[in-house]
Design a protein around this ligand. Structure first.
Ligand SMILES: Nc1nc2c(ncn2[C@@H]2O[C@H](COP(=O)(O)OP(=O)(O)OP(=O)(O)O)[C@@H](O)[C@H]2O)c(=O)[nH]1
Length: 623
């Protein structure tokens, strides 16, 4: 278990307080003991001084004063006394002489005491001192039991002499130190017990906070599994309880959200995955899907939608290789819409046969996703070279109007299979959103296409002409190219209807449309202008060349046997022709001139091509 900072700080603070207390108690006990020792020594030396005075007085009375030196020596042998010395005051010296050598003042303290008459008590050396010195004056007094003035000629209150006593304070020092150490030891013991007690008291708090810290740290990275043990019923226990409650509530709600978003992308949530990160990444993926949906709804064509999808595959999923195929159910064909991000590029990741026969594509045939990630040989149409390179594929059909409208094929090298497997649900979500939009846009396009087509012949109709005439002219202007308009009309078509009926008439018109298309280029426009009247627009073609084309068509119709009941029917065709910009600058005027030329062809006996000339237009004729 890691050491808690809270514990270290608390223990450290307590230890510091205890150490300071031990120091204060140690020092203060030493000072107190010193004080006590000084007082005690003072009293003792006073007593000793008094006893010496009495002894000296007695010696004087008994006339044994000469033996005072040996008496003082014996006194000095008393336990703990180091020195006993008596000095004479000025009056005594004057009266009795200097006396013994040891009786003259030895230092300044002696002299000061004799001078002031005030005693001196003090420790000599250091805080506790090595010895205690007392210099106590003997003051002349007539009020004592023994009258000093009886022997001494000195004024009342004068210092007759002084006694200096020095005593060892070693025993006091030892006792003081022992007491201080004892107190410090008691304090130390108390500190240890306090720390142990506090540690025990702090343990639930420390362990709970440590567990909360670990759980919160895991939670911040999305793991809410950690719970805190409740160790007591006090506030600490309550903190643990409420933390667990909070973690339970978050886990429960997040699990709910994760399951819901997983449903939205059709995945089974991984119980081992990081709850927060997994949910957050799925939600952010779904937000992007929603933005994608909004964007494609505002796109105009299916092409734009496919291109946007291709960009998503490249940028969001980091896919380099993929194809999007569009299925033409009517013709059972398939075309590449985008290959590796390039619009309408050549097929790369499948055998080209699938374009000619869309059911060769397994995804189109089955309407199911074809997962070749684990088993690339699942579909035989997958490109053999890519297969040899170890690439795998995932083909996802997009269902439109109950059938496969398009197929998104994703191609990855082996090392990218796990990433694609993870991305698959979200890619499918994009495709699900794209499907109805593609369907709607496809429907709109085909509706628009059909509104511009003639249902019977499959040719473009007059409405197409109305919509595109302006752009045709501006295209010709921009490229500086000519354009020739032909008006074509079957001769005596009414007799067909009258003789064979309208159905046969319709059939002949359909066959006629086929003959026109067979003799024209892809870029030429064939329009059913109305009834049995047709129009052909030859782009980038002048009148001369157009005359040749018109005659070819006329001859083709003339020689074509229309099958009717009872045999073959042969019909002829009249064609009028006018050119842009030679005959007129305005489209509708060129058209009118072509019509005038057609009438001329009819008037001239039919089955012929007439090119418009100004002579055909009556002078002052209005357009
Ligand atoms: N069966 C059929 N007949 C049509 C259709 N549209 C127009 N017609 C007929 O085409 C005939 C056109 O006849 P007219 O314009 O009199 O001329 P015509 O008989 O072709 O003789 P021309 O002077 O050579 O044009 C009419 O009988 C129309 O009913 C159609 O869609 N189907």
């Amino acid at each position: 278990m890691t050491i808690s900072r809270l514990q270290t700080k608390t223990m450290g603070a307590l230890l510091l307080v205890m150490l300071i207390m031990m120091l204060v108690i140690g020092l203060s006990s030493m000072v107190l003991i010193r004080d006590f020792s000084v007082r005690s020594a003072t009293e003792h030396t006073r007593t000793a001084a008094e006893m010496i005075r009495v002894s000296l007085t007695e010696a004087m009375i008994n006339d044994t004063i000469d033996r005072r030196a040996s008496m003082l020596r014996r006194l000095a042998e008393v336990n703990s006394l180091n020195e006993v010395r008596v000095i004479r005051g000025e009056q005594v010296i004057e009266q009795y002489g200097e006396g013994l050598a040891m009786e003259t003042p030895a230092d300044d303290i002696d002299r000061q005491v004799l001078e002031t008459g005030q005693p001196y008590f003090g420790l000599m050396g250091g805080l506790l001192g090595e010895e205690f010195r007392a210099t106590i004056p003997y003051i002349a007094s007539s009020n004592e039991d023994i009258n000093c003035m009886a022997c001494h000629q000195a004024p009342e209150g004068a210092a007759l002499g002084a006694v200096t006593l020095t005593a060892s304070v070693d025993h006091m020092k030892t006792a003081g130190m022992a007491t201080a150490l004892f107190l410090v030891a008691i304090m130390g013991l108390f500190a240890i017990l306090s720390i142990a007690f506090l540690k025990r008291m702090l343990r639930p708090l420390v362990e709970t906070t440590q567990e909360i810290r670990q759980a919160a740290s895991l939670a911040s990275s999305g793991d809410f599994s950690q719970r805190v043990r409740s160790r007591s019923h006090d506030e600490i226990g309550q903190i643990a309880f409420h933390f667990n409650q909070m973690a339970d509530a978050i886990t429960h709600k997040l699990t709910e959200i994760r399951d819901h978003v997983a449903q939205l992308v059709n995945t089974v949530p991984d119980p081992k995955a990081n709850l927060l990160q997994e949910t957050a990444s799925t939600v952010s993926g779904l937000v992007k899907v929603a933005q994608f949906k909004q964007a494609i709804e505002e796109d105009q064509t299916t092409e734009e939608v496919f291109f946007r999808l291709s960009e998503v595959l490249r940028t969001e999923f980091g896919l380099e290789h993929f194809s999007i195929y569009q299925v033409n159910q009517d013709k059972r064909l398939m075309e590449t819409v985008i290959v590796d991000g390039v619009p309408h590029d050549e097929i790369r990741w499948c055998h080209p046969d699938i374009l000619e026969q869309c059911t060769t594509c397994r995804a189109v045939r089955t309407g199911h996703a074809i997962d070749g990630l684990e088993n690339p040989r699942l579909c035989r149409a997958f490109d053999q070279d890519a297969l040899a390179d170890g690439r795998s594929y995932l083909c996802l059909p997009i269902i439109q109007s109950g059938g496969v409208g398009s197929v998104v094929q994703l191609v990855v090298p082996p090392q990218n299979i796990p990433a694609l497997t993870r991305s698959r649900p979200l890619i499918s979500a994009y495709l699900r959103e794209a499907a109805p939009v593609l369907q709607a846009k496809g429907l709109m396009a085909s509706l628009r296409e059909s509104s511009l087509k003639d249902a019977m012949t499959g040719l473009r109709n007059r409405r197409f002409l109305e919509e595109y005439s302006d752009s045709l002219v501006s295209q010709c202007k921009r490229r500086k190219m000519p354009m020739t308009l032909m008006m074509l009309d079957l001769d005596y078509f009414k007799t067909v209807n009258d003789t064979h009926g309208h159905d046969v008439g319709d059939q002949i018109l359909r066959e006629l449309a086929g003959i026109f298309q067979a003799h024209l280029r892809e870029s030429d426009l064939v329009i059913r202008y109305g009834g049995e009247e047709f129009m052909v627009i030859l782009l980038d073609t002048g009148a001369e060349a157009a005359m040749e084309v018109a005659n070819k068509i006329r001859e083709a119709v003339e020689t074509h046997p229309f099958k009717v009941a009872g045999g073959d029917l042969y019909k002829t065709l009249s064609i009028g022709l006018a050119a842009y910009p030679d005959d007129a600058q305005a489209f509708w005027q060129v058209l009118k001139y072509a019509d005038v030329a057609l009438y001329a062809a009819k008037d001239n006996g039919r089955n012929q091509v007439v090119r418009f000339t100004p002579a055909l237009w009556p002078p002052g004729g209005e357009y």
